[in-house]
Design a protein around this ligand. Structure first.
Ligand code: GTR
Length: 351
């Protein structure tokens, strides 16, 4: 990436995170829950619309248990997640052969098969369980007539119901649940993590517009609000399209969604050549959200990682997530290579 691809935009151009709606500065961390609730009301309904109703009861029905010889005798559980008796989705849970409770990585992109056998084997070898559902079982990823619930909200709700189910499995450590997704799945994972405090680590890969990217801009050639609402209107609240061309006056930007994760952990993984997913604008929202993590005394809970290359959920991206989880949960050193893109607007290289 070089300067030709970068528009002049910095974190100071985004709406303030620590000025409450009544105009007062948010100075004490005891005010954070109230401000967090305000931020949520400002940035979630206008973009994603309403979530499906919260069920009274979620059940994780065990359908089958197997041993996977090709994965060092890993356990593989097939489950059905039910909300108030109605099926939500199927879920597969891979667990290391023995031990536990294991931290678990929850992935909703079953429709893409980005979690290859090699990726899953690596997770298991490193002592993580891996749970996967297919978000398109919850809401199809196809255009069609207007829907009562937009797809991203339905997919995020699916993550939440899968978390309900995972919390019922004693072999898993419910205090160490990570969620991850790629691109549109990364938008859903970020929304899920921002709105559910049981999720300890949220990770979005190449999530761009409506995810970790900045609506106001960043990378020249990045997908705009007009682009995404024209082609993928069914992912979003219908009213979002009204902001096309007026992004500079939005009362929020995606740093609000990132800040909702604080003080829990958030890692976004980005690709320098993925201009459509706005790698530079993602750095701007990152820097703006970092101020909240710093202020709450947890600067290390927010991380961003850039790699060379294009739009994809690569084994290197999965490894970056596990390295960060090892750091948070197992005392491993903070991984190298976290930080801004090499030609970031403020000139800071990867830290
Ligand atoms: C693109 C879309 C992006 C991104 C991507 C994907 O076509 O414009 O916002 O979500 O699809 O999901 O791979």
């Amino acid at each position: 990436m070089n300067d030709l691809h970068v528009q002049p935009l910095g974190p100071e151009d985004l709406p303030a995170l620590r000025v409450a709606l009544d105009g007062r500065s948010v100075t004490d961390s005891s005010q954070w829950p109230a401000r967090r609730a305000e931020l949520r009301s400002l940035c979630v309904p206008p973009v994603y619309g309403a979530f499906p109703a919260l069920p009274k009861q979620v059940r994780c029905e065990m359908l089958h248990q197997a041993t996977v010889r090709a994965m060092e005798d890993a356990r593989l559980w097939s489950c059905r997640v039910l909300a108030d008796g109605a099926p939500v989705c199927l879920m597969r849970v891979f667990l290391p052969a023995s031990g536990g409770p294991h931290p678990v990585v929850l992935h909703g992109d079953g429709c893409w098969h980005t979690a290859t056998d090699g990726v899953i084997a690596d997770l298991l070898r490193r002592g993580y369980a891996f749970a996967q559902f297919n978000r398109v079982e919850i809401a199809p990823d196809m255009p069609g007539p207007p829907r009562p619930v937009a797809a991203l909200a339905a997919w995020a709700w699916g993550y939440h119901r899968a978390v309900d189910a995972l919390c019922q499995l004693e072999a898993l450590d419910a205090t160490r649940i990570a969620v991850v997704g790629h691109s549109r799945g990364g938008k859903a994972a970020l929304l899920a993590g921002a709105t559910d405090e049981r999720i300890a680590l949220t990770s979005a890969n190449n999530s761009g517009a409506g995810g970790a990217g900045c609506w106001r801009g960043g990378t020249t050639g990045a997908e705009t609000l007009a682009d995404i609402t024209r082609v993928f209107g069914y992912w979003f609240a219908p009213a979002l399209a009204q902001w096309a061309g007026r992004e500079a006056t939005l009362p929020f930007d995606q740093h609000f969604l990132k800040a909702l994760v604080a003080p829990r952990a958030l890692l976004t993984t980005e690709a320098l050549g993925d201009h459509w997913a706005n790698p530079q604008g993602t750095w701007v929202t990152h820097q703006a959200a970092q101020a909240v993590f710093d202020w709450l005394g947890v600067p290390q809970q927010l991380a961003i990682r850039y790699r060379a290359g294009d739009h994809a959920h690569t084994p290197a991206d999965w490894a970056a997530l596990l390295d960060f989880a090892d750091h948070l949960w197992r005392g491993a050193p903070r991984p190298a290579g976290l930080g801004g893109p090499p030609d970031s607007l403020d000139g800071r290289g990867p830290g």
